[in-house]
Design a protein around this ligand. Sequence first.
Ligand SMILES: *[C@@H]1O[C@H](CO)[C@@H](O)[C@H](O)[C@H]1NC(C)=O
Ligand SMILES: *[C@@H]1O[C@H](CO)[C@@H](O)[C@H](O)[C@H]1NC(C)=O
Ligand SMILES: CC(=O)N[C@H]1CO[C@H](CO)[C@@H](O)[C@@H]1O
Length: 367
Amino acid sequence: MKKSSCTILTILTWHILFHLLIAINPCIDDCVLFCIISTRFAGMGNLLKVLTREIENYPHFFLDFENAQPTDCEREVWNQVNAVLQESESILSDLQAYKGAGQEIRDAIQNPNDIHLQEKAWNSVCPLVVRLKRFYEFSLRLEKALQSLLESLTCPPYTPTQHLEREQALAKEFAEILHFTLRFDELKMRNPAIQNDFSYYRRTISRNRINNMHLDIENEVNNEMANRMSLFYAEATPMLKTLSNATTSFVSENKTLPIENTTMDCLSTMASVCKVMLETPEYSSRFTSEDTLMFCMRVMVGVIILYDHVHPVGAFCKTSKIDMKGCIKVLKEQPADSVEGLLNALRFTTKHLNDETTSKQIRTMLQ
Ligand SMILES: *[C@@H]1O[C@H](CO)[C@@H](O)[C@H](O)[C@H]1NC(C)=O
Ligand SMILES: *[C@@H]1O[C@H](CO)[C@@H](O)[C@H](O)[C@H]1NC(C)=O
Ligand SMILES: CC(=O)N[C@H]1CO[C@H](CO)[C@@H](O)[C@@H]1O
């Protein structure tokens, strides 16, 4: 008894000292200090959790999706990612307005000898390809932004929970990337014109190349670019696939660190935080707008899908760090029409739902 209260006292002293020192020197030194303390007092984290009554299995805190502002420590990465995110709404509205050249292409194909119709189709498709290139290039910038965030949100010495709680503005940007991704892929899936236009473009350009005509477009979209764009648009959910590829390579390039676990933990923690905020009225009532609840749901689903694509056995099996039953339950408690798209995303864009390791109960919940 005496011994354990002594331990607790020591820990409290360190805890207080730690916070005092952080208050004095907030930025770099706290990392160093925390590192020293946490290596010297392995296990302190768990005891502290008990002391602060954080004994639940799943991380639990309010992530301020509406107002989080970057601290000085976050600012550099935040600015970099924010510059990318600034463009995301215009990408979405451009994609939403994308009508395609279906009619012109059909006319040209049905009248192969009508040069005028061939030119008309070609001239309609070229500007569309330039727009598709802009979307594709945006995916590359988003991929870089995601990697910067993952680096910040997984670096030692903090746990993913500590990172997300301390770096809420970065966590919010991470959420915004996922939110954007789901909306982009939804629009792309509903627009078959994109692939149709692009494959017409590819067939026609090789013919035009033989006839040595109308090749200005190649200054804009060269052959290598066209190949890469082709792979991108061939994906059912291209933006998510880009992010999951990026996350997978982030995990494998950083193998020497215990990051393999921390990256997955970062994703599962994010899912859990969203779930807890949605199912806990004390948290969800702090959002001033209904849109934030929808945002939170999309982010939860986005992060689950990402986890499922990156993790070797996915999000649905028993060992998954994501409480899938809880997440699906939270979605099903919302008005059906607002979550149907999200449930479909879980049904049709995940990778491991139909694996044998997925419990019957989860499969039934998603039927
Ligand atoms: C993702 O990676 C796979 C395998 O390396 C590749 O075939 C695919 O084209 C990539 N997809 C995207 C969208 O980057
Ligand atoms: C971290 O990941 C490695 C490889 O996947 C695994 O062997 C190890 O048990 C994991 N550690 C923890 C604490 O989960
Ligand atoms: C610490 C470390 O090795 N970080 C590397 C993780 O992987 C990215 C690329 O995905 C590198 O840029 C980082 O330097």
